[in-house]
Design a protein around this ligand. Structure first.
Ligand SMILES: [Zn+2]
Length: 304
């Protein structure tokens, strides 16, 4: 990608090194301090690109959908004085601010064109270890996630290293795809998809709820593709040869089937919450190829 000309987002808050990592949370990176089976299972399922891992930690088997289901509460839990810090100028922070900035401009354009509405941009929090969110305690072990309650994307940038080294999915566009996928969840939230899904989940078995979750995730992948397509149309230099392939490679690397095989040694389709590698690639590619939100109806699709 060539991001040199991209204006940086002002919606990034840098909480790295804020000391949230120790606050009673669990670390998975190097440590093995987890003794509770359910948490391990939840993490395996929620490890990448959760909407909100609390959904799995709190809900699921109980039939409750946890904090994720109350988007109307705690709209803004962040300290209003904690203004986004534009001070950190390390490469990663600049990269994130530029990519997010591009998503803001691109989605604004899509919203104006398609809905004649302004796009309400999400916030993005960089953290290390753990941090407080309106969906509960965020932990880096969960991977990047979006919390609908505070309309914020949370990313511990050590995830990028993991993506590259453990899952062989390096490259700047792979990293941008991670952000774009979470922004895709934000778009779902704004468009009311999440509310509908929440309501439906209340009346479902766990297996059915997981299937619905897969459709939510694949749609976020498709939205990520739509973003990249439109962004490229606006600025042909932004996307370089091989970039889309990098994104597809990343989408394949974090499919539920491949992750399960890697973490549990076997594949349990009923526990899928994000879709298989092939499905994730297919829906990302649909967005990349068309740039059309109308192509992203994963809920109406007969086959995923
Ligand atoms: Zn997701």
């Amino acid at each position: 990608m060539r991001l040199d000309d991209e204006a940086e987002s002002r919606n990034v808050e840098d909480r790295r090194g804020a000391g949230g990592g120790g606050g009673g949370g669990f670390r998975i990176g190097g440590g093995r301090s987890i003794g509770i089976g359910t948490i391990v299972i939840a993490l395996a399922a929620a490890y990448f690109f959760g909407i909100d891992p609390m959904l799995i930690l709190n809900g699921g088997s109980t039939g409750q959908s946890g904090s994720y289901s109350q988007p109307q509460t705690q709209q803004r839990q962040m300290d209003p004085r904690a203004q986004p810090q534009a001070s950190a100028n390390d490469q990663d922070a600049v990269f994130v601010r530029r990519v997010l900035g591009n998503t803001e401009r691109t989605w604004q354009q899509i919203f104006r064109t398609r809905y004649n509405q302004d796009y309400p941009a999400p916030k993005l929090v960089l953290f290390s270890g753990g941090t407080a969110t309106a969906c509960g305690a965020g932990q880096s072990a969960m991977g990047p996630f979006y919390c609908p309650n505070d309309r914020t994307v949370y990313i511990d940038l050590s995830f990028y290293r993991e993506l590259r080294e453990r899952f062989g999915a390096g490259g700047d566009f792979a990293q941008a795809y991670v952000i774009a996928h979470e922004v895709g969840h934000h778009v779902q939230n704004v468009l009311g998809v999440m509310n509908k899904v929440d309501a439906a989940r209340q009346r479902m078995s766990r297996e059915q709820a997981n299937q619905l979750s897969v459709r939510v995730e694949l749609q976020a992948d498709c939205f990520a593709g739509v973003w990249a397509n439109v962004a490229q149309k606006n600025n042909a230099k932004l996307i370089e040869p091989g970039d889309f392939q990098e994104g597809l490679n990343a989408a394949g690397a974090i499919g539920d089937d491949r992750l399960q095989k890697q973490t549990q040694g076997r594949v349990v389709p009923e526990a899928f919450t994000h879709g298989t590698s092939v499905q994730r690639q297919r829906w990302l590619n649909r967005g990349l190829a068309t740039g059309d939100l109308g192509q992203c109806d994963t809920f109406g699709a007969k086959t995923l």
